[in-house]
Design a protein. Structure first.
Length: 248
């Protein structure tokens, strides 16, 4: 409870400093919108229904891309961790593609898939899947060898060792990879929408930037930040439930 209060106090302090800076240090809203101006802009966008439309589009793109990346990343990571041949084949591709800046190939993705939802889903998938693969592989490989030897001494099969020891041990790593994917996925949504979209929070940000409407621009940014905080907090709660032995 005390830690939650500190988190809330930290956010409120940041908002207060932002409001003060916007009112007294950088009073021109062309350069910085205050929280109150952002709330007013968000209220107007909500009243017209425009905000809901942009949020729904971005939410659909994120959920589809993130879900596909989560399933694919966990499966591929498990195969890489449990098969030396698969590891030798896949690791160079994973390392190389993970280091590839998605913003450099986003225009090409738009060219391949068009400006519809498919291109945004692909961008989100491509930035989320690699942290999940890497963390899943690391989790399996970092299983305590003494635990494996202990259950093996009782006659456990390879499948039983995997299901009862390796997978539970890797669960915190997998959840960490999925948690890292949240921020990357939200960035992927914005990057995809910046290069070609008809709606979405990234489109709202780009449209607002073009006419220097900072309150509307910050509305999109703040919604994405709040979504990231909320989903990350949800994963922390899920981790405390699924991996209680790692609770601190």
């Amino acid at each position: 409870m005390c830690l939650n209060a500190l988190s809330i106090a930290s956010v409120m302090t940041g908002l207060a400093l932002w409001e003060i800076a916007g009112r007294f240090l950088i009073s021109n809203s062309l350069f910085l919108a205050t929280p109150m101006q952002v709330i007013a802009a968000a209220t107007e966008l909500f009243r017209t229904g425009e905000l809901q439309r942009h949020m729904l589009v971005s939410f659909q793109e994120f959920i589809l891309g993130y879900a596909l990346a989560a399933v694919t990343g966990i499966i591929v990571g498990l195969f890489i961790a449990t098969s030396k041949m698969t590891s030798a084949i896949m690791n160079p591709w994973v390392d190389g593609l993970y280091a590839t800046p998605i913003i450099a190939i986003a225009p090409l993705v738009i060219l391949w898939f068009g400006i519809g939802i498919a291109s945004k889903v692909f961008v989100v998938f491509s930035v989320v899947v690699f942290p999940v693969i890497i963390n899943t592989e690391a989790g399996i490989r970092n299983t305590d060898r003494s635990l494996i030897e202990a259950v093996r001494s009782f006659g456990a099969s390879r499948l039983q060792i995997f299901m009862k020891v390796s997978l539970p041990s890797a669960l915190s790593f997998i959840l960490a990879g999925l948690r890292l994917g949240i921020g990357r996925g939200l960035i992927g949504v914005v990057v995809g929408e910046l290069f070609g979209a008809r709606a979405g929070l990234g489109y709202l940000i780009l449209q607002s930037a073009e006419v220097f409407n900072m309150p509307r621009l910050f509305t999109g940014v703040v919604i994405l930040a709040v979504a990231g905080i909320g989903m990350t907090a949800g994963f922390h709660a899920l981790e405390r439930t699924l991996v209680p032995w790692h609770r601190r």
